[in-house]
Ligand binder design. Structure first.
Ligand code: HEC
Ligand code: HEC
Ligand code: HEC
Ligand code: HEC
Length: 394
């Protein structure tokens, strides 16, 4: 019985090896394009795809990809991925199930041969925003001035200093107010109409400003606070200069704000499990002492990460996707003139690991939402060139 079982396993492994070899071969072989296949593909498209993609392969509903003029081999690879379940369409369904391989090949060939309406024909080029991220941040910061001061150093006791904190921390704090995971009446109103771009620019602006030491009179005992804050140093840095981007620096922080924040964690009003357990047992006196200690420490400007312009990022993408997103590689999709909303969607799916391609996932991991939006706008506005690569010899 044991032998028979082993044999069965051997057989299954053998089958698996053969099938992967066949699949690998199928992906390697370029499609051949002839008029007969284009014609047959049109019939498949009319019956199965036109309701969403149009017979012309150009966008009907926003958020769907343009198929016209895309490489046939790339299109075919995606249809196979949909059919096998390796790729799941973001709308959940993609009716490929009943189609034969030859129909998938033909419809891929058909769409690849069509001309795409280029955006220069459809819409005027967008006006470029000439303001640098820093200038843009300074401009929006005018809305915050009455409470946080011109440079983020606060206007009255109890206000947090925004300077001396890493920009990623500021971004996540602003997003937390916006999504409601952190609540404060004044801040809720202030963030309500900030865009993703505004938030990034504000964070860059405040993180770059020179921090001014707190001159509010602290009520606690500074030297006792030094001792009592020893357990905080592991995360917040020895004298309140944090080295991790998620942890805010405390050096020079307004003491009244620090007391308020610690109490908010303690009572669970501000939710963070690590902070809650770090301050759970502190007495009111301890907290005041720690606040006095941190208020006296000299704050400093954190390491600033200058955002890369979309042109610089796009240079890296163009290495695979071709100049201005016109791919010359049959298995790399052209992204020039692709639907903007579809591009955003596709990039977010790679970033979050919902669409599996390790290379693309790696490229998109470090990008911010604003970079993804800007890249989508960039490529959507480029012209797609007509077919660059065709295999027409049998
Ligand atoms: C019910 C509407 C619908 C129908 C019918 C449909 N599609 Fe799609 N298709 C979509 C949507 C929506 C997406 C985008 C999926 C995503 O965002 O992941 C898509 C994506 C694709 C893609 C991926 C494009 C890329 O750039 O990666 C290909 C290829 C494609 N469709 C081909 C076809 C073909 C060929 C047919 C007919 C056999 C078809 N589709 C039928 C809605 C449809
Ligand atoms: C009406 C007064 C007011 C205005 C206007 C205001 N804020 Fe605030 N801000 C506060 C208060 C009060 C807090 C502390 C809230 C808390 O304890 O969570 C705060 C907290 C913050 C924090 C969190 C600081 C930290 O260390 O965690 C950030 C970041 C921030 N504000 C940025 C901004 C920005 C950017 C604007 C302008 C778009 C703005 N604020 C406008 C009053 C204001
Ligand atoms: C395990 C790591 C860790 C330890 C230990 C820790 N903290 Fe924190 N602290 C954090 C993180 C992470 C945040 C940001 C949480 C958030 O986003 O709300 C934070 C936030 C804070 C804030 C809010 C600052 C602001 O700008 O809003 C204060 C105040 C604070 N900690 C004080 C302390 C004190 C005092 C101690 C020691 C008694 C301490 N922390 C120990 C990780 C830690
Ligand atoms: C090393 C080569 C490589 C680099 C660099 C690269 N890509 Fe890709 N990209 C690919 C390949 C291959 C695919 C097809 C993957 C698949 O089958 O899902 C792809 C797919 C995509 C798609 C989906 C297109 C569609 O029609 O569904 C988008 C959008 C995209 N890349 C954008 C980018 C952007 C933006 C960058 C730069 C930040 C970038 N890529 C960098 C190779 C690359």
């Amino acid at each position: 019985v044991k032998n028979r079982f082993l044999c069965k396993t051997c057989f299954l492994v053998f089958l698996w090896l053969i099938s992967t070899a066949v699949i690998a071969k199928k992906e390697m072989e370029p499609l051949f394009i002839s008029p007969a296949e284009v014609k047959a593909g049109k019939v498949v498209a009319q019956a199965n795809c036109a309701q969403c993609h149009g017979v012309d392969g150009s966008l009907i509903k926003d958020g769907q990809p343009n198929l016209a003029g895309q490489h046939a081999d790339y299109l075919f690879s995606q249809l196979v991925a949909f059919q096998s379940g390796h790729r799941i369409a973001s709308n959940g369904e993609h009716r490929m199930k009943s189609l034969k391989e030859s129909a998938l090949k033909n419809v891929a060939i058909y769409y690849s041969m069509l001309d795409l309406d280029n955006p220069s024909k459809k819409k005027k080029a967008r006006k470029k925003n000439k303001m640098s991220p820093m200038e843009a941040g300074k401009k929006v910061a005018k809305k915050c001035q009455q409470c946080h001061g011109k440079t983020g150093n606060g206007t009255f006791s109890g206000m947090p200093r925004l300077t001396g904190k890493h920009q990623r921390y500021l971004v996540s704090a602003l997003k937390a107010y916006k999504s409601g995971t952190r609540s404060d009446l004044m801040m809720e109103k202030a963030v309500v109409d900030l865009s993703e771009n505004d938030i990034e620019n504000l964070a860059l602006y405040y993180a770059s400003q020179k921090p001014i030491s707190s001159n509010t009179n602290a009520i606690g005992d500074e030297s006792k606070g030094r001792e009592q804050s020893s357990s905080c140093g592991g995360c917040h840095g020895e004298v309140g200069h944090s080295v991790t981007v998620e942890v805010p620096s405390l050096a020079g922080q307004d003491p009244a704000y620090l007391i308020k924040a610690v109490n908010a964690y303690k009572k669970g009003l501000r939710k963070h499990s690590k902070m809650r357990s770090a301050v759970e047992t502190l007495t009111e006196k301890n907290i005041a002492n720690i606040a006095a200690f941190y208020a006296k420490q000299t704050p400093k400007i954190p390491e600033i990460v200058q955002p890369q312009s979309v042109e610089i990022i796009a240079e890296k993408c163009d290495r695979c996707h071709g100049v201005n997103g016109n791919s010359r590689d049959r298995v790399v999709p052209s992204i020039a003139s692709q639907s903007e909303a579809y591009l955003v969607n596709a990039m977010v799916m790679y970033k979050e690991g919902q669409r599996g391609n390790s290379m693309m996932q790696l490229m998109l991991k470090p990008l911010r939402v604003v970079d993804i939006n800007a890249l989508a706008t960039h490529y959507a506005s480029k012209n797609r060139r007509s077919v660059i690569f065709v295999n027409d010899r049998r």
